[in-house]
Design a protein around this ligand. Structure first.
Ligand SMILES: [Cu+2]
Length: 330
C-alpha cells in the first residue's frame, strides 16, 4: 500500500512566480449574508432538499462552465475573510485551513471527516458567495486510473487545463493558467504558479480494484487507512506538482474533485451498513505520537475550519444526508 508518507515526500519543484496577482478584488457587499452553520440549520429547519453531487464527466458543458466560473470567482473576486497570514482570496482561505493543520488531518482518524467538511466548505462558498447553483462534482478517478494523462478532466476548454510544462511545471492552458498561489508550497507562503506533473503509473492507485479493497474493509479503523492509502495517493501523485504536495495541495482546484471522489468512497463504504456506520469512527487525533501519549479521536471532536465556515463536530459530518451537509452522491 502506498502510504501517506510517500505522498508527503512527493517531490515538489519550487515554482517561481511568473504571473502577477492582478486581481481587482474588492469587498463584496453581499458577504454579510454569510451565516454560520448553526444559523443556516435553524433557518432551513434541517435537510429538505439534498444537493446532488455528480461525476464531472456527466455534467453538461454549461454546468462545467458554471462550476469553473464560480471557482474563478473565489480566486479572483472574493477577498479573504479569515485574516490568515498570506491569504488574499476566499480560495486562499480554503488552502490555509488545510495547510495550517496538515499534520492533524492526515494519517489519523480526522482525515476523512475533516476533508468531508472541507469539501462542504468549498461547495458552500461557491454557492453562497459566487452564485453557483450546482453541487460539488467529483472526479471519477476509477475510470481514469492508469491513464490520467488522457483524461478529459484536463481539457483546456471544458476542464481544468493541462499538464505543467517547463522547468517549474506550471500549467499553461485552461482557466487556471497564470493564477498565482500565495499559500504554499508546503508551509511556505510564496507566490507561485499551479504546477502539475501527471504520472500515469502513480494514478493506478485510484483503480477500482484498490477502491473495492477499501469497500471490503469491515471497520472504520481499517477502512480509513485504506482510503487514505492507494485511492488518495493515486489522485495526488497521479496529478503531481501542487497536488503532490500533502500540505498545500488545495492550491490546485482539482483537489476538490479528488477529495470529493474520496469522500464518495467513504460514503459508499458507510452505505453498506446503515445506520451502524454513521457512528463507526476511530483513530488517533494526530499523525505523530504526542509527548503525553496517543489521544483517541471521538465523534465529539471539533473540526477546525479556521474561520472559513463555522467549525463542526465529527458527528455532524458522519451522515452526508444530515442537516449540515444535506447532499447525496448520484
Ligand atoms: Cu488533505
Amino acid at each position: 500500500m502506498v502510504s501517506f508518507r510517500s505522498f508527503l515526500t512527493a517531490s515538489f519543484v519550487l515554482a517561481s512566480a511568473t504571473a502577477v496577482f492582478a486581481s481587482p478584488i474588492a469587498r463584496s457587499s453581499d458577504l454579510s449574508a454569510r451565516d454560520t452553520t448553526e444559523e443556516l440549520g435553524k433557518r432551513q429547519g434541517g435537510c429538505t432538499t439534498r444537493l446532488q453531487r455528480r461525476a464531472w464527466h456527466t455534467l453538461s458543458d454549461a454546468e462545467k462552465k458554471s462550476y469553473i466560473d464560480a471557482e474563478l470567482c473565489l480566486m479572483w473576486r472574493i477577498p479573504q475573510q479569515t485574516g490568515l497570514e498570506a491569504s488574499v482570496s476566499r480560495f486562499d482561505d480554503l488552502v490555509k485551513a488545510h495547510q495550517l493543520q496538515s499534520m492533524l488531518v492526515h494519517g489519523d482518524g480526522w482525515f476523512l471527516p475533516f476533508h468531508r467538511l472541507h469539501m462542504h466548505a468549498h461547495e458552500r462558498l461557491l454557492r453562497e458567495e459566487c452564485g453557483y447553483n450546482g453541487a460539488q462534482p467529483y472526479w471519477d478517478e476509477e475510470a481514469d486510473a492508469g491513464a490520467f494523462s488522457s483524461s478529459a478532466i484536463f481539457s483546456p476548454t471544458n476542464g481544468f487545463g493541462g499538464n505543467g510544462v517547463g522547468e517549474n511545471n506550471c500549467i499553461q492552458t485552461g482557466p487556471f493558467a497564470n493564477y498565482t498561489l500565495h499559500t504554499g508550497p508546503s508551509y511556505d507562503n510564496t507566490d507561485h504558479c499551479i504546477s502539475r506533473q501527471i504520472d500515469d503509473d502513480a494514478s493506478r492507485g485510484s483503480s477500482t480494484e484498490n477502491v473495492n479493497a477499501c469497500l471490503a474493509e469491515q471497520k472504520f479503523a481499517t477502512a480509513w487507512p485504506c482510503i487514505e492509502g492507494s485511492p488518495h495517493s493515486g489522485g495526488h501523485n497521479g496529478v503531481g506538482g501542487e497536488m503532490g504536495n500533502a500540505i498545500s495541495s488545495p492550491g490546485d482546484p482539482l483537489f476538490y474533485l479528488h477529495h470529493t471522489y474520496l469522500d464518495r468512497v467513504w460514503w459508499r463504504w458507510q452505505q453498506q451498513s446503515l445506520p451502524a456506520r454513521l457512528t463507526d469512527f476511530s483513530g488517533y487525533t494526530t499523525q505523530d505520537r504526542p509527548a503525553g501519549g496517543w489521544i483517541d479521536a471521538t465523534l465529539d471532536d471539533e473540526l477546525n475550519m479556521f474561520g472559513v465556515i463555522a467549525n463542526a463536530r465529527i458527528r455532524d459530518v458522519m451522515d452526508v444526508t444530515g442537516d449540515l451537509l444535506c447532499m447525496e452522491y448520484v
